[in-house]
Ligand binder design. Structure first.
Ligand SMILES: [Zn+2]
Ligand SMILES: [Zn+2]
Length: 266
């Protein structure tokens, strides 16, 4: 059974001491691919470096680059040009997506109007570079849908725009996003006892649109909740999703691997 973690922040300082062991444990747990997530320019740079430096035939590493809504107020023309330059050399840089981009009104770490502006600028960049996006949305679903609808109508959203990572919305929102061609990514919270909405959304989402991720070092699944997360724990998310879908973990692993390879072209 070959597994993929499509979203892991391995450039996080919490892995500075033992990244090699983390990667080894991932391999031992059956992972053959990991996509490194990025949230700011410095960790985009680190993700590129790690993906290139630690990639191996047994455990392929890929990455995304982009600016998270939290850091929107640091996005300058220079940032935009640097992202564009990385994307223009995406094969060498092992970049398969632009992300995390989107809106986060829960923490409001950047002013909302700036968040929307930077989200739009990166959507333009993704369209221009013809690359999938990794969308982060928290407590900002209305504005996210308004902007996506605007891009969709203008023909500036790819027919398969990317993945809505760590999806936690309602089934109506899921339907809307699926209709735009998005994949939905799920993480550790699906294993929590109080998880009610996610199982319903997973059961209604077509199996060829589901992705499995960890969002390491965050969102650690049961039974390791409370500890630092790492890619080897992706199997707990996988097992839970297989149970919800009523299929074996092997079938779920195969489907989510195929989905990730199709979406990210890996
Ligand atoms: Zn996120
Ligand atoms: Zn993340």
């Amino acid at each position: 059974m070959a597994l993929i973690d499509t979203h892991a922040h391995l450039s996080d300082e919490r892995y500075a001491e033992d990244l090699d062991e983390v990667l080894l444990r991932a391999r031992e747990a059956g992972l053959t691919k990991i996509i490194l997530a990025s949230a700011a320019m410095d960790d985009s740079r680190d993700s590129i470096r790690i993906a290139a430096g630690k990639n191996s035939a047994e455990l392929e590493l890929w990455c995304m680059v982009g600016v998270h809504p939290h850091d929107s107020d640091k996005y300058t023309d220079e940032t935009h040009d640097q992202l564009r330059s990385w994307l223009s050399d995406r094969v060498r840089n092992r970049i398969v997506a632009l992300g995390e981009i989107g809106l986060d009104y829960f923490y409001d770490l950047s002013p909302r109007d700036i968040q929307r502006q930077v989200f739009r600028r990166q959507l333009d960049l993704a369209f221009e570079a013809d690359i999938p996006i990794v969308l982060h949305e928290r407590d900002a679903v209305m504005d996210t849908l308004i902007i996506l609808e605007e891009y969709h109508r203008a023909g500036r959203l790819k027919s398969v725009p990317g993945v809505v990572h760590c999806f936690s919305g309602s089934e109506e929102v899921a339907e809307k996003l699926l209709s735009y061609g998005f994949y939905l990514g799920f993480d550790g919270p699906v294993t929590f006892k109080n998880s009610k909405r996610a199982p319903y959304v997973i059961s209604m989402t077509p199996a060829d649109r589901l992705l499995i991720e960890t969002d390491s070092p965050y969102l650690t699944p049961v039974p390791f909740r409370g500890h630092r997360n790492e890619p080897c724990y992706v199997k707990y998310v996988l097992e839970k999703m297989a149970e919800i879908k009523g299929v074996s973990p092997e079938i779920m692993a195969e489907a989510t691997m195929e989905n990730a390879c199709r979406l990210f072209g890996i």
